[in-house]
Every structure is written in structure tokens, then in C-alpha cells.
Design a binder for this molecule. Structure first.
Ligand SMILES: [Zn+2]
Length: 89
């Protein structure tokens, strides 16, 4: 069960219904595919495992602002890209 995907699928379906109702040739054409795709997203969400949430750095580390490698919080430079880390942390 992945609630984010369920909500996303419902929103896509609602957008497809809106496209179907709006009397414009291009949006009318995309109405049914959007409803079908939103339905697939909602159904698939029940079979996927729960998302693991945001990625957090290991204890005592922060992410490099340039390359996202873990950097010790008291070090000035990143060991991977040698980028100077901002001091306000
Ligand atoms: Zn880096």
C-alpha cells in the first residue's frame, strides 16, 4: 500500500474527467487515457510496499551541497568532490 500513489492516481483520473468535460479537441482526446492511467496508478498502489520516507544522512554527517556525498559535520571540504561546505550548519 502506497498512499501517495493512490492519491496521485485519483488526481490524474479527476484531471482526465476534467479533460473529457472541457470542450477542447486536444484535452478531449487525452481524457480517457488519463482516466485509465490514473486507475492503473490507484490499483498498483495497493500492491506496492510502503515508501521508506525521506533519506537522512548517517549520525554526525551531512550531505555535500554539491555532490550529496556524506560529509562530516565539522569538516570544511567534501572528501569526494573537495567542494567547500557552507559554515552555517
Ligand atoms: Zn561533494
Amino acid at each position: 500500500m502506497r498512499p501517495q500513489l493512490l492519491v496521485g492516481g485519483i488526481l490524474v483520473s479527476l484531471m482526465g474527467i476534467l479533460f473529457y468535460l472541457v470542450p477542447l479537441p486536444l484535452t478531449y482526446f487525452w481524457g480517457i487515457p488519463f482516466v485509465v492511467a490514473g486507475g492503473i496508478m490507484a490499483i498498483v498502489s495497493f500492491f506496492l510496499p510502503e515508501g521508506r520516507g525521506p533519506i537522512v544522512p548517517p549520525l554526525g554527517y551531512g550531505f555535500c551541497v554539491f555532490c550529496s556525498a556524506p560529509v562530516l559535520l565539522n569538516s570544511d571540504r567534501c572528501p569526494r568532490c573537495n567542494g567547500l561546505q557552507p559554515r552555517e550548519r
